[in-house]
Design a protein around this ligand. Sequence first.
Ligand code: 13P
Ligand code: SF4
Length: 304
Amino acid sequence: MVPHMPERICQLKEERNAIILAHNYQLGEIQDIADYVGDSLGLSQKAAASDADVIVFCGVDFMAESASILSPDKTVLMPDMSATCPMAAMITAEALRAEKEKYPDAVVVCYVNTSAEVKAESDICCTSSNAINIVNSLEGEQVLFVPDKNLSLYVASNTDKEVIHWNGICPTHHYILRGDILSAKAKHPDAEVIVHPECRPEVIELADCAFSTDGMIQHAKRSSAEEFIIGTEVGILYRLQKENPNKKFYPAHDRAICPNMKLNTLDKVARALESMEHQIRVPEGVRARAKRALDRMLEVGRGD
Ligand code: 13P
Ligand code: SF4
């Protein structure tokens, strides 16, 4: 008898000594078979600590690349190579080098949503969980923060340091407008509003709090509220609802979807484990420099 797909994946995982890491925006079917579901920071921490031989990364390109940078001895597989992050494509190493020349005294903080080459040009990485802590932990007074302008504005409003912004955005979070929050609040007046710091400043302003995706999960558990309006990619509602069956979650916009996050399927995960494709590797010169920036971030740890 042909095994059911999740069983087939379990068999393959054992044969390959593999783990499956999945981001909070992945389809429910992927979250259900993953060994760990989390945000960018949690996923990097897991990748760095795992003793598996193979990591199947269900997320987008920069996440799999970070896993490979941190664990070069492991085989890191992406089930679908088209799962890229458009925000990460909004900055190149060459453009960053030119900007650094304009601000020679600035400390370069790069959001993990960047290529390995951009990380290699940066002093330290951050995620949405620890961006404020990272910037506040730096010795310099001037920070060049790339590439997400919304996150960088959010950080700037929570630090005394001078923050120089880059003009990148996440199309999925930028899609959520102030009017969407206002209409969701009108429909659900008792709901707490939680948004991601990649949202526009005027959206964050209307929210009760801003968190990374794991920060949202933790906050929803500990909050006494029973209803929540969630301003981020809709995939997170699956986990929020699963872990809080007695609470209600409403998306700030039901079309806030990251299409690339949705490219991974059970079929593609099984195929990746069967064929050991598509392998992610970073050239050693770039990898070592990018790892320094990631390691510095991991020393600071979680901030929300
Ligand atoms: P988190 O690190 O909060 O999960 O965010 C990652 C991301 O890509 C958000 O769009
Ligand atoms: Fe990139 Fe936005 Fe998709 Fe996150 S949600 S992976 S930042 S495009």
